[in-house]
Design a protein around this ligand. Structure first.
Ligand code: 8YV
Length: 306
């Protein structure tokens, strides 16, 4: 029997899920050899552009291994009636704890302390820089979707007051609403970015928002690089008008601007938000479930909904 073809622009983890994909489907990796594929598997970061879709005239389904669809040309997919699925919920806890970890790493200078020990500075009698309390005061969450909600639960559980900015105020939320990023930044000392990427949010955290966050503010971005103006952030960190930043995402991954590498109190991680074994296994299982459902003509478990 002919196995359905899948163009794989991303691989699945753990290996057992990748093995299931390889067992059940004829997996192609080269888009030029995939002109008749009906299914494309991609990651949140890689997405699928309009130009790529143009090379896949038979495409019916884009299965994203992640929640971000900013790299998928959704307008073109809609025009062509191509369905898109993502992996919501199963990665929210992982991304939320990464955000919290980055805030702690920045505020308590954990990454800097690690470098200090390894460089022999401690043994040489030098004194490490002091950190600052992190879990106190008010935390702001920019983007109040599934990941933002999970993070808000964690922060509230730690005794923090939580504020959020989103497109609209959420009825019955225990957290305080602010109408925009600047108002949110003004009223908190930890600002977490969990909003979707794409043209709507590009440069949302700009010089004015960083100024509103102030010189005792910490910024954490686990969303998409372009949401934060990296140049403005690097300048604010250098000038001391921002206290610190924890960044898991960047404009041009895996390249990180030298200005951020050189910036003081800036913790940089390689897009690790969903990178736990449990989250990645659950994501991969959902990707396979969506592909299987599509092939069988059943309803998609997790279609992307705008
Ligand atoms: C993944 C992500 O790291 O969900 C997303 O959009 O950015 C991350 O969870 C990425 O999709 C790689 O699979």
């Amino acid at each position: 029997m002919n196995r359905p073809k899948v163009l794989a622009l991303a691989s699945l983890k753990p290996d057992e899920t990748q093995d299931r994909l390889l067992a059940d489907y004829d997996v192609l990796y080269d888009i030029d050899a995939a002109t008749d594929v009906r299914i494309a598997l991609t990651s949140g970061a890689a997405g699928l552009s309009c130009a790529q879709m143009d090379r896949l005239p038979a495409l019916e389904l884009i299965a994203v291994n992640g929640v971000g669809v900013d790299a998928v040309d959704l307008a073109q997919a809609r025009r062509r009636g191509i369905r898109v699925t993502t992996t919501p919920d199963v990665l929210s806890a992982a991304v939320a704890e990464m955000a919290l970890g980055l805030a702690l790493a920045v505020g308590r200078r954990i990454a800097e302390g690690d470098r200090f020990v390894r460089a022999g500075s401690w043994a040489a009698g030098e004194k490490p820089a002091l950190g600052r309390p992190v879990i106190q005061g008010r935390a702001g969450i920019l983007g109040y979707g599934r990941i933002g909600h999970r993070l808000a639960d964690l922060l509230r559980g730690l005794g923090m007051d939580v504020l959020y900015a989103a497109r609209s105020e959420k009825p019955n939320s225990p957290d305080g609403f602010r109408a925009d990023a600047e108002a949110l930044a003004r009223d908190c000392n930890l600002l977490f970015v969990t909003t979707a990427g794409g043209s709507d949010t590009r440069g949302l955290v700009d010089k004015a928002v960083l100024k509103a966050l102030g010189s005792d503010g910490i910024l954490v971005n686990v969303a998409r690089g372009p949401v934060v103006d990296a140049g403005a952030l690097a300048r604010a960190l250098q000038a001391g008008t921002s206290d610190g930043a924890g960044l898991d995402v960047f404009d041009d991954e895996p390249n990180v601007p030298q200005s951020l590498i050189d910036a003081p109190n800036c913790v940089l991680t390689p897009h690790l938000g969903s990178a736990t074994d449990a989250a990645r296994a659950a994501m991969a299982a959902l990707v396979l479930d969506n592909i299987t459902a599509h092939v069988a003509g059943r309803p998609l478990p997790t279609p992307y909904e705008d």
